[in-house]
Design a protein around this ligand. Structure first.
Ligand SMILES: Nc1ncnc2c1ncn2[C@@H]1O[C@H](COP(=O)(O)OP(=O)(O)O)[C@@H](O)[C@H]1O
Ligand SMILES: O=C(O)C1=C[C@@H](OP(=O)(O)O)[C@@H](O)[C@H](O)C1
Ligand SMILES: [Mg+2]
Length: 164
């Protein structure tokens, strides 16, 4: 199995945006687990509403398995680290953790419908604090995105994996 580059990190940190650009720069396929779920089951917010979070997590694990079988750059959803079985799968790949100190996150979160953020930034902070140790323990690389542009993050990832 090829070693994929997998982006993890909290909601809105830039996994989808940066992942797409890294894939392009490396000439690899780009996969977003949320889009795989959406392709098969409809919009993420609708799944949360109709079926609840635990069914969404089932779909997410299936999407992760399918994605990791490719040779790709993969953007995950922020909650991918919650399930032990997902973490076990990720251990075999290059895991890049996009971190943030929380500044500028409100503007990064403006677009997109995130069903877990009913109370905005206070939910975001609490969820991130809870998951941070999981992101840290899985990461092969960490990129502090706070004061960097999207393109700087892309460049750093390329350098980290030795593509430069
Ligand atoms: N380093 C960055 N600096 C400024 N804006 C960023 C940065 N990274 C991402 N963004 C912006 O933040 C928004 C959220 O990014 P997105 O890729 O959807 O995050 P995620 O997939 O992690 O939830 C996008 O509009 C993106 O352009
Ligand atoms: O953090 C989470 O639990 C989630 C993050 C979202 O993806 P992004 O991290 O790309 O926003 C999406 O998978 C869903 O809304 C749940
Ligand atoms: Mg995303």
């Amino acid at each position: 199995m090829a070693k994929n580059i997998v982006l993890i990190g909290p909601m809105g940190v830039g996994k989808t945006t940066i992942g797409k650009k890294v894939a392009k720069a490396l000439g690899k396929q780009f996969i977003d687990t949320d889009l795989v779920i959406q392709r098969d089951h409809g919009p993420v917010a609708d799944i949360f509403e109709r079926l609840g979070e635990s069914e969404f997590r089932n779909y997410e694990t299936a999407a992760l398995v399918e994605s990791l079988a490719q040779d790709a750059v993969i953007a995950t959803g922020g909650g991918i680290v919650l399930r032990p079985e997902n973490r076990k799968l990720l251990e075999q790949h290059w895991v890049v953790y996009l971190s943030t100190d929380g500044k500028h996150m409100a503007s990064r979160l403006k677009n997109g419908n995130r069903p877990l953020l009913k109370n905005g930034m206070s939910d975001w902070k609490a969820i991130y604090e809870e998951r941070k140790p999981l992101y840290q323990s899985l990461a092969n690389f960490e990129i502090a995105t706070n004061s960097k542009t999207v393109n700087q993050c892309v460049q750093e990832i390329k350098e980290m994996i030795g593509a430069e």
